[in-house]
Design a protein around this ligand. Structure first.
Ligand code: IPE
Ligand code: IPE
Ligand code: MG
Length: 249
């Protein structure tokens, strides 16, 4: 029985978020430079996207570039931006064929002009698709997102379009870049690092975490299925006790 066949297709996470980590270390192991690792990492993105389609996942959010990643050497940052532009322009046709809708979260205004334009173009060309929603976190920082939400709400209170008592969790969530996207049930991080690195801090309040030693360029479809199977073996209690969960399921 393959890993995919073992998955309970009616209980797959609707939203999976992935911190794709380990490209640099993978390249080093191969005696190559870091950009080689990022290039091969794109192959894993294709794999995981196909896996998500097969496993009935509706939203796939991939952490592609954090605000902190600007601090990397100039050549690496430039290489990553070029890779992004080329990959997106090459893949749009294929994404359309597969009914995938692509969008971004993060500060797009802070990206180089061609990169921003390419992402907007890809979004426009795929927005009517009804299959998997691929969301790229680009120039993303959860603290940046939370600060923006606070500022926007403060402004609305100042302008009297919102009262303090009207500020609910839903009102707050609607100010985030993930408005209209359900919170991820499963968060995966590759490469053996056990940290969140400023990713989706609000949205992962009740996510299940899955850490694997596998470096991102080695992460393939079956590895995604293994993560989903692991998720399906867990009991999500949301603060309750086991007996209460058994009663409702
Ligand atoms: C993840 O791989 C990709 C990005 C952050 C863009 P890394 O480049 O962080 O790889 P390691 O962690 O150095 O191995
Ligand atoms: C997190 O990976 C960001 C992305 C995967 C894009 P990093 O490799 O940048 O994270 P840290 O710095 O090791 O925490
Ligand atoms: Mg890393």
């Amino acid at each position: 029985m393959s890993a995919l066949e073992k998955i309970d297709i009616n209980n797959t996470p609707e939203h999976i978020a992935i911190i794709m980590d380990g490209n640099g270390r993978w390249a080093k192991q191969q005696g190559e430079d870091r950009l080689f690792g990022h290039n091969i990492g794109v192959e894993s993105v294709r794999e995981v996207l196909k896996g998500a389609q097969q496993a009935n996942v509706k939203y796939l959010t991939l952490y592609a570039f954090s605000t902190e990643n600007w601090n990397r050497p100039k050549e690496e940052v430039e290489g990553l931006m070029n890779l992004l532009v080329h990959t997106i322009s090459n893949e749009v046709e294929e994404l359309n064929k597969n009914n995938v809708c692509i969008s971004t979260i993060g500060n797009l205004d802070g990206l180089p002009g061609d990169c921003k334009a390419e992402m907007q173009n890809a979004y426009e060309q795929t927005k009517k698709n009804t299959g998997v929603q691929l969301i790229l976190a680009l120039n993303y920082s959860a603290k940046w997102e939370l600060m923006n939400a606070v500022k926007s709400i403060a402004n609305k209170v100042k302008e009297n379009s919102l009262t303090i008592n009207e500020i609910t969790e839903q009102v707050f969530a609607d100010e985030l870049t993930t408005k209209n996207i359900p919170d991820p049930e499963l968060l995966i991080r590759t490469s053996g690092e056990h940290r969140v690195s400023n990713f989706l801090l609000w949205q992962i309040a009740y996510s299940e975490f899955y850490f694997t030693e596998i470096l991102w360029p080695d992460f393939k479809r079956d590895n995604l299925y293994e993560a989903i199977l692991d998720y399906q073996s867990r009991e999500r209690r949301f603060g309750m006790v086991s007996e209460q969960i058994e009663k409702t399921s």
